[in-house]
Ligand binder design. Sequence first.
Ligand SMILES: Cc1cc2nc3c(=O)[nH]c(=O)nc-3n(C[C@H](O)[C@H](O)[C@H](O)COP(=O)(O)O)c2cc1C
Length: 186
Amino acid sequence: MRGDNSYTRLALDLALVAAVSAGATVDLVDLSTLHLPLCSGPEDTGDNPQTQMLKARVGAAQGVLLGSPEYHNSFSGVLKNALDLMGGDEFRGKVFGLLGVAGGSTGAVSTLGHLRAVVRGVGGWSLPVQISIPNARSAFADGRLVDKGLEDRVRFLGRELVRFTRLHSMVPELEHRLMEIIDEDV
Ligand SMILES: Cc1cc2nc3c(=O)[nH]c(=O)nc-3n(C[C@H](O)[C@H](O)[C@H](O)COP(=O)(O)O)c2cc1C
């Protein structure tokens, strides 16, 4: 929610640049710029224009990179509300990359575990690789990560998301081809 001052945003930008260099077209949904309603449960028809816009943008994506600060050992409630406004229609069968940023030295491991559980809940596939950035205030200098190894891993996350999203989108076609080959052999 801190816009351009957000360390999460900085880290996401690094991953998205890597995703673009791997051939992706990216659309950054910055929740601080939206005015989403609070999710009110099953009777929530989602007819709010901001909710519809969010659903359309996420629904159009083949892969999703979720980034969140660690808040009280979990991910941001603002992100949870946004995810709750959506569901299987936007997420089912998609590949997810996960990135968490924490103020403390323990890092955002809890955030990542909780996001992973939510992705499973909406029928998505989380990549095994994930990024936890600890000590956020000292981790960045001039928009870059001080630890170049960690920065390489952030870029790797962006590329892996593109690679697996691409592979995943080929599965139905490959499955179809495989069935044809099996049928030919029978
Ligand atoms: C409400 C709140 C709770 C937080 N809880 C934790 C926490 O449990 N562990 C931690 O390491 N940092 C915690 N922090 C620090 C944030 O993770 C840190 O400031 C992070 O950089 C915020 O992300 P941003 O720069 O993208 O806004 C908390 C910050 C806030 C505002």
